[in-house]
Unconditional design. Sequence first.
Lengths: 233, 201
Amino acid sequence: MREIVAENSHASTIVLEVENWPGHVAGQHVDVRLTAPDGYQAQRSYSIASAPEDPRFELTVERIDDGEVSPYLVGELRAGDSFELRGPIGGPFTWRVENGGPLLLLGGGSGLVPLMAMARHHRARDSRIDLRLLVSARTWEDVLYREELERAAQRESVDVRFTLTRAAPAGWSGFARRIDAAMLTALGPDPSAAPAVFVCGPTPFVERAADLLVELGHRPQAIRAERFGPSGS
Amino acid sequence: MTPLSRGFSGRPRREIDPARIPPGQYVVEDFPVLSAGPTPRTPTSEWSFTLDGAIGSALSWNWAQFTALESETFTVDIHCVTKWSKLATSWTGVSLDTLLRGVDTQAAYATAWSDGGYTTNLPLADLTGGRAWVVHSFDGAPLAAEHGGPARLLVPHLYFWKSAKWVRGLRLTVDDEPGFWEAAGYHNRGDPWQEQRYWND
C-alpha cells in the first residue's frame, strides 16, 4: 500500500502497487484477503475506483462500523503494508468507450466507486459519449470525489447531478430527496436513446432505481446492477 | 506462504461450528440481495415452470399445478460467492426429483433460465438425489421478488448463484453450456467446500 487518502469521515481511497497486475476494465472489483497471526482469514470485495489508464491503482473503501475488513483497511492499514488481492473480477458490470453510449450511471453512497472508474475512463479517453451521472448521498459531506465530480461536470459531454437524501447545505440547488421518476426524467437521456445503464448502491437504492428505470421504459436488459448491504427486510 | 496482515486480528470468533463454514466465507444474520439487473415481477397468474430440451416432450406446470405438487419444507445453509453464508435458512418447495420423475433423457446437464434473461448451468447429478428444489416460500412466507419470487431454484450445496432467482424452467442438455456468470469468469461448478469461485480455482 503506497498511500491512503481520506475522502470523508468514513471512506478512504487506498493507493496500491500491485505485483503482476494484468489491467482491468472500468466497473470491475477485486477480492481483498487479510490473514491474522493465528491463520484466520477474511475476504471481501471492493470496487476499483481508478480508470484502467491511470498509473495509480486505487480502491475506495467505506468503513462499515460493525464490519471486519473495512475498519482495518480504513483505520489500521499504513503505507508500506501489504495484503493479498485477487482480480480483476466482474464481466457484466463493465464499460469501455468502445461499447458506446449514451451512458447513464446511478450511484448511491459508495456505489459511486465503480461508476467513477467508468467516468474516469471516459475522461482519460477524452470521450464525447453522452454521460449522465446521478450521485445520491445522505449529505454533501458524504459525497465521494466532490471536487473531481464538479470539475467533470464542466466537460461538454458530461452531466452530473446530485441528490441529498438527509440534509442539504444552505443555498443547495441540486435535488434533495430519494431518487424518483421526475429526477430520472430531468437527468435523461430518454429511454428512446437506449443508454447503457449502470446502477450501484445499497440494495434499497438499486431496487428502487431499477424499478423506476423499467417503468420509464428502459429495456431491462440494458440495466446492469450491483447491490450491496442488507436487504432492509 | 500466505503473508500476514499486520495489525489484523479479525472479528471475535462467534459460537459457530467451523465445520459449517466453507473456506473464505463469513456468517451473516441478514439476507443480502445480489442480482445483475432489475428485479422482474412476474405475477403468478402468468407464471409457469417448463422442463424441455433433450427430453421426448416438454413438461410444463402453471402456478396452481406447481403448488399442488408434493412439497417439502427443509432447513439448509446457503453460501454466496461474494463470501457471505447464511445458516439454517428454511424453505418450502418442490424437489427436482419430483419434477424429473418419469423423465427419460440422455442429458447430463441442465440450464436453468429465468425471467430477466439469467441462466446458470448445472450437471443433472447436482439437481437430483434430494439436493435441489424449486422453492416458493422462505421462512414460511411467499418468497419476496428481490429474493427470487415467485419461485427460485435452490441448490444449497453449490454457491448461491447456481440457485437461479425467478426461475421459469430447466433446459436439459447433452453438452455443458456455460450460463451467465459461468461465461463471465466464475467457476463452472461452484462447490463452496472446494472454494470454486472463479474459473481457474
